[in-house]
Unconditional design. Sequence first.
Length: 200
Amino acid sequence: MDVVCLDMEGVVVPEIWIAFAEASGIPELKRTTRDEPDYDKLMRWRLGVLKEHGLGLPEIQKVISTIEPLEGAKEFLDELRKKCQVIILSDTFVEFAMPLMEKLGYPTLFCNSLEVAPSGEITGFKMRCENSKLTTVRCLQEMGFDTIAAGDSYNDLGMIRASRAGFLFRSTEQIKKDNPDLPAFEEYDDFLKAILETVG
């Protein structure tokens, strides 16, 4: 049985931190896993920037409430879920993601959680497991599932490479150049067709 594992940000919803950077006027927060492969390092740096500016979870959630899924993403997911099981594997946090999952019809999401003070300050974060995307794909395979994986960033490459089939979707030119053997797509129709052609 096939399970399709998809990254969230950049694949079905916009990058949350980029949206928050634009809304808050803090351009350095536009840095994402497309730029920094070490997620732990990236998040600790982000929390430092938030603390420096006196911003916390309420301010981020206010921006998230205005974000809509990428155009065509819900229809893409609806069609894909008719044919196979789909899990969204993300390094984001449940406190960020759930309003977006509602807009996508509540697909299955595996992600992480934040540590938040009563004041709303984000004091830390709890990763579900180490190297969560690759670890999850390997666990699914140990349970007898075949995985098909897709994403757009450096932290997606592990699960993509470990899967029976893997794709890049709306990735950067550098990542595509560094991984020329991975099929890369820009439009949902082509992306859906490619995935479904690999589903057994």
